[in-house]
Design a protein around this ligand. Structure first.
Ligand code: ZN
Length: 684
């Protein structure tokens, strides 16, 4: 690991700026900390609100990330108040949090982290704490204490595992005071602490000790076959993705208890080497590397013991069995360790399948990325620890305490309520413009992950990019899909399964509107309308039903039909006839799939002039067919409905949301007009 401290950058900085500088150097290296882990501090003199000189601890506040930390994220704690409690026997977490709130120099600072008192009691100006992979590998080991001594020497203090809190803070403070010449401290099964008179000194020591650990681990691993070599070889990329997309919905269904999860797929070489190795089924079931990680990964991943990853039926069977086993084991673990807590969701966050790769799970795709980033480091830590002797981590009760830590449970209660379509995956066809786009945007706003499908990939992607930007997340993907092409439709569904892990809602919206009197219609026009407006819906629905049934979580399919089905118009035969086929398709699907909890409903919009369908030519021809001057066509259509309303794509999106969401949980085979009210088109 490189020491990245640059004196020409740092020397002109004030001490507090150097704290930010050091914190970001540590935060930028994922082999030191990932996703909000680790913390740093500096003690210094500041003026209080009345200008009195006050000795203050500036320590990383709760909820910030070292990588992006700013001055305002460091909480100010009055040192004389903080150290006043060092002589106490004990403090509960709640007492400590309440006390620290009173020690803050400003009530607008973030709440101090649980390790605040550790920083306060440690008699040094600057302090850095990380969960460096190499240090964690060194101490998560059957020879842990010896390995730490051999690698780092006698001048590094070792503290046996103890959950962060008051007692650990006290123990660390006392140990450093007893060993004034120590340069660092290893919290066993947890991480590294270094300190110094300046941030530079604390940082230099941090990197030096981490490097010593890395060198030691490299030497220990020399000539050893990590994890016993490959037992299940990875499939070729193409085959892997075929099987992965086919089984992902099934996996999602098997683990989405009690709530739906989003699944993120990863099949990097390091993942494939690990999951396919002889030892993976054993070493993956030992435990998480640090207590911090447990909050994101749970203690154990779900390892699916697959011997023939190319055999879809075998993989599916293995998933069903091992998901149930994992849940049973989680329930037993909870019963063994529970005090007065309620069980958290019994849902794995990391799923490993030999030959195929790793899936990580979360309430959205962004959250599902956290266990992936952590588990990549876990694999490295296990490999290094196995190289020394054997990977060994904190005990089950300690792990349980970390997962069911009151303060973390409390944080969960502060989370805002989930949006209506949270945890849902939606596919919208014809989504690059008009009604499809309005629906996709509306659904994303309501928390859904959306696949934007349209003929042109760059158009689809542009809409997806705009949605991601607006939502600040990874919730949308763009897919090129010609709904008349069987293979394109199948590939589109495979992409959605690979990107999100499954599917909950399909809005079959793509359509065209050819015009002309029957006697003047070319066969080509007639067939083209049926290809898009009937067969296209059939191909999409057929794949949707396959995925939804495999997943076993029910689902909702919404067809954008048209008021023409009930109220056909002249010169619109190719359109209206094909749309009638679409409507009949929807009814048949509703009949065939109700037993699987899959609802199928229809929207009958009329005269949504912003829809891509309404080309200037179409407008001209419909005006002609109805004998209305083109200039007053839109106005005249509007005046023709009962509400005299201008009907928009937003109105259709509202109706689509009703059918897609649980609000219409008991409705299938239904039609909802969105047309301002047309007597001729009343459903009957
Ligand atoms: Zn820590």
């Amino acid at each position: 690991m490189q020491n990245l401290w640059n004196e020409s950058d740092a020397s002109s900085l004030t001490p507090i700026e150097q704290l930010t500088y050091m914190s970001r150097l540590i935060g930028a290296d994922t082999s030191l900390v990932v996703w909000g882990g680790g913390n740093t501090s500096l003690k210094l003199w500041e003026e209080d609100f009345r200008g009195r000189a006050t000795y203050v601890l500036r320590v990383k506040g709760s909820g910030s990330d070292l990588k992006t930390i700013e001055r305002k994220h460091f909480t100010g704690i009055r040192m004389d108040d903080a150290i006043a409690v060092e002589s106490r026997e004990d403090m509960t977490d709640d007492e400590m949090v309440a006390y620290l709130a009173l020690c803050q120099t400003s009530h607008t600072d973030p709440r101090g982290s649980i390790e605040t008192l550790l920083h306060a009691f440690l008699p040094a100006t600057a302090v850095a704490h990380s969960h460096a992979d190499a240090i964690v590998a060194l101490c998560n080991n059957t020879r842990g204490a010896e390995a730490v001594r051999e690698a780092l020497g006698e001048s590094v203090i070792q503290i046996p595992y103890r959950r962060p809190g008051f007692l650990l803070s006290k123990e660390v403070g006392a140990a450093v005071k007893e060993n004034p010449h120590a340069t660092g401290l290893v919290l066993m099964n947890h991480g590294l602490i270094t300190w110094g008179e300046t941030c530079k000194e604390a940082y230099d020591r941090h990197i030096t000790l981490t490097n010593l650990a890395e060198e030691y681990l490299a030497k220990q691993r020399l000539g050893k076959a990590v994890f016993g070599g490959i037992q299940v070889a990875p499939l070729t990329e193409q085959r892997r993705h075929e099987i992965a997309s086919a089984i992902a919905p099934l996996l999602r269904g098997a683990i989405s208890v009690p709530k739906r999860m989003l699944l993120r797929y990863e099949d990097s070489k390091e993942v494939l080497d690990f999951v396919g190795s002889e030892q993976a089924s054993r070493v993956s079931q030992i435990g998480a590397a640090t207590p911090d990680h447990i909050l994101s990964t749970k203690i154990l991943p779900l390892f699916v013991t697959v011997t023939h990853p190319e055999d879809e039926a075998h993989v599916a069977q293995c998933i069903r069995e091992s998901a149930q086993e994992w849940r049973d084991r989680y329930a037993a673990y909870f019963e063994r360790n529970r005090k007065d807590q309620k069980s958290l969701d019994p849902t794995p966050r990391v799923v490993l399948i030999p030959g195929l790769g790793m899936w990580t799970t979360g309430k959205d795709l962004k959250t599902a990325q956290i266990p992936a980033d952590i588990y990549r480091h876990t694999m490295q830590i296990i490999a290094d620890a196995e190289g020394v002797s054997g990977y060994k981590t904190l005990s089950e009760p300690d792990g349980f305490d970390a997962e069911y830590w009151g303060l973390e449970l409390y944080k969960l209660t502060l989370a805002p309520p989930e949006k209506e379509l949270a945890r849902r995956v939606v596919m919208v066809t014809g989504a690059a413009s008009g009604i499809g786009r309005a629906i996709a945007e509306k659904f994303a706003q309501e928390g859904a992950h959306v696949a934007i499908c349209d003929l042109n990939e760059s158009d689809s992607q542009a809409v997806a990019d705009a949605i991601n930007k607006k939502q600040g997340s990874l919730c949308a993907i763009g897919i090129a899909m010609d709904v008349t092409q069987e293979s394109a439709v199948q590939q589109g569904f495979a992409k959605v399964a690979l990107a999100f892990g499954g599917l909950d809602i399909v809005v079959s919206n793509a359509g065209i509107a050819p015009t002309g009197k029957i006697e003047a219609l070319s066969l080509e026009t007639w067939e083209r309308s049926f290809a898009v407006n009937a067969t296209g819906h059939f191909l999409v629905a057929r794949e949707a039903v396959k995925v939804l049934r495999a997943q076993g979580l029910g689902g909702s399919i919404v067809f954008n039909v048209t008021k023409n089905v009930f109220a056909p118009g002249a010169d619109f035969g190719a359109y209206s006839c094909a749309k009638a086929a679409e409507a009949q398709l929807a009814r048949i699907l509703a009949i065939e799939n109700g037993v699987f909890g899959i609802r199928v409903n229809m929207l009958n919009p009329d005269a949504i002039f912003e829809a891509g369908l309404w080309t200037p030519e179409l407008k001209a021809e419909r005006a002609k067919a109805k004998g209305i001057p083109l200039e007053s066509f839109e106005q005249s259509i509007q005046q023709g409905n009962l509400l005299k309303a201008k009907v928009t794509a937003q109105d259709v999106a509202e109706a689509a949301l009703f059918f897609a969401s649980e609000r219409s949980a008991k409705t299938t085979g239904a039609v909802l007009p969105v047309d301002g009210g047309l007597r001729d088109a009343f459903p009957r």
